[in-house]
Design a protein around this ligand. Structure first.
Ligand code: B12
Ligand code: SF4
Length: 481
């Protein structure tokens, strides 16, 4: 049995969107100034989004009398600081797998270490084979924390794998008390953040071949519960409601209209992402959504080649010019997610894409196609023997190529990606985009789109340039207008 003072859980979760070493490596200042600049950047952008999944799990532990402390997953923590916790938990995406393995090595034999999230779930069996003392939660963790704590208290040891019998159905979330328990909102990680995460749906209507969520059925929270949760967050004037849903447009249209009307009446700003093409024909809904939206991410991935598994993305491609004009007319501040390095693309994709972006004046969020363990894309690359770099941290979509694309060499992809960024996220181009957006659509629209532009500039251009330099490549600059 545990003493009262032992009832403490350390929860390690990723909160850095832009890894500290990347963001600071190019800053001209050093020491405290560098630290301050990094914090400012982190808090003003996506880096300050707390992990909602971890909050929900913390609520469950707290309801059982446990205290939960959060620490950044990548921070190093002195062993004596770990000793005060009876359980150590960590959440990791695919990118954090190697860090999970390093933590499991350092904690094994001494601590009960429980891991979960998309990363460990995808390689659950491999992990427990390599680390027999490790506990992996496969898939969603709701309801399992209680079971883990009970096993720990009664038997002193944990099973290797915990898994729910059924996946969470958000329409029944009233039966999953931790999802709607607001207690974790009072923890410093959540209270202190400007971006307040909330989820309305789980799953997605599409099945993109590179995505870990593909094929998961969509479930939606009852509208009254969603509104109640928004009220419970207690947003302040400068806070932003961040819908973490993989695809917010999985909500029925009348539901979304009522939800965003409620948000508008409260005067809250919000950010989200989804397959907006599903909604675009509904003028009333679009106007309601656009009113207080600060930024909405739409996955297009490629303007010219089909996206396997996504009928909506392929339809968007066909009518892309109309789509962008219509969304601009609604003053909906959209960033378009674009991916380079897929098997369909040849090296002319960079110039064609840059021309399209510049001619339409849209804001892109660009990534290097990156295989996620367990997806059809990953399995295909593995079957073909095209994965040459298995370091999980290199799957960061920014400055590393971990596989050989079909129609270009990894070097060609990296060099062109760096060159593309020099053009599209050049400070002059960002400034021009900002001024045009300001003139056409006003301050909220322009500022909402400036944030992702700046994030791209910092998070991708700098590391891309650094990595190109490291590799000895010369980036040729070319102008688009
Ligand atoms: C908020 C968010 C972030 C935040 C916060 C990070 C975080 N830890 O969540 C920030 C901005 C930092 C971030 C960064 C990145 N992110 Co992100 N992020 C999300 C987002 C939108 C929400 C996460 C969330 O709360 N989900 C809801 C909860 C309920 O689900 P969950 O997190 O999976 O948690 C459940 C289970 O997995 C499980 N579980 C999870 N952890 C644990 C731990 C334990 C101990 C247990 C028991 C159970 C458990 O229980 C939870 C409840 O059911 C998701 C998309 C999404 N909707 O999930 C993407 C997502 C997780 N991110 C993703 C990616 C790719 C990234 C980046 C690599 C992007 C980039 N280009 O840089 C970076 C990585 C940064 C880094 N430093 O390495 C991918 C991960 C894909 C994968 N298979 O790995 C996702 C799925 C988006 C996507 N569709 O591509 N992200
Ligand atoms: S639309 Fe987005 S969340 Fe849905 S399967 Fe495609 S990439 Fe994944």
């Amino acid at each position: 049995m545990l003493n009262e003072s032992d009832n403490k859980i350390l929860f390690l979760t990723q909160t850095e969107y832009i890894r500290r070493e990347y963001a600071t490596s190019f800053l001209p200042f050093k020491g405290i100034t560098q630290d301050l600049a990094y914090r400012l950047l982190k808090n003003a952008t996506f880096g300050a989004i707390p992990h909602l999944g971890a909050g929900i799990l913390a609520a469950e532990a707290m309801s059982l009398g446990y205290k939960v402390d959060f620490r950044e997953f990548y921070d190093s923590i002195a062993p004596q600081n770990i000793d005060q916790y009876s359980l150590v938990m960590a959440s990791a995406m695919d990118i954090g797998i190697d860090k999970i393995k390093a933590l499991a090595t350092s904690l094994q034999d001494k601590h009960n270490f429980v891991v979960g999230g998309l990363g460990p779930t995808a390689i659950c069996n491999e992990l427990i084979e390599e680390f027999p003392n490790l506990t992996v939660v496969k898939g969603e963790g709701e309801g399992l924390i209680g079971q883990i704590i009970t096993d720990f208290q009664t038997q002193g040891e944990l099973a290797s794998i915990y898994q729910r019998n059924q996946s969470v159905d958000l329409s029944q979330c009233a039966n999953e008390p931790y999802i709607i328990d607001p207690s974790y909102r009072r923890l410093p990680l959540f209270k202190g953040a400007i971006m307040k995460p909330i989820e309305i749906t789980r799953g997605c209507t599409q099945a993109c071949y590179f995505c870990s969520t593909a094929g998961k059925p969509v479930t939606v929270k009852p509208l009254e519960i969603a509104k109640q949760e928004i009220d419970q967050i207690g947003l302040k004037r400068h806070d932003i409601l961040f819908f973490i849903d993989q695809n917010l447009c999985g909500c029925p249209q009348d539901y979304s209209e009522e939800l965003f009307d409620y948000i508008n009446r409260k005067g809250y700003l919000w950010i989200g992402e989804g397959t907006i093409a599903d909604y675009i024909g509904n003028e009333k809904l679009m106007n309601t959504m656009a009113k207080n939206c600060l930024s909405f991410l739409v996955g297009v991935e490629d303007f010219f080649n089909p996206v396997k598994g996504s009928p909506v993305k392929n339809d968007m491609q066909k009518d892309f010019v109309y789509l962008t004009h219509t969304l601009r007319k609604y003053k909906m501040p959209i960033t378009y997610s674009i991916v380079f390095g897929t098997d369909e693309q040849t090296s002319d994709i960079f110039d064609k894409t840059a021309e399209m972006i510049m001619s339409l004046g849209i804001t892109p969020l660009t990534h290097i196609a990156t295989p996620r363990v367990g997806t059809p894309f990953f399995n295909q690359l593995q079957r073909d023997g095209r994965l040459f770099d298995l370091i999980s941290e290199h799957r960061n979509m920014r400055d590393n190529i971990v596989y050989s694309p079909k129609n270009m060499s990894p070097q060609e992809l990296l060099v062109n990606f760096g060159r593309f960024h020099k053009q599209i996220h050049h400070p002059r181009v960002i400034a021009e985009r900002y001024i045009n957006n300001l003139k056409d659509c006003g301050l909220r629209y322009a500022t909402g789109l400036l944030i992702p532009d700046l994030v791209m500039w910092v998070s991708t251009l700098a590391p891309a340039a650094i990595s190109l330099q490291k590799e000895g490549y010369k980036v040729q600059s070319q102008q688009y207008s």
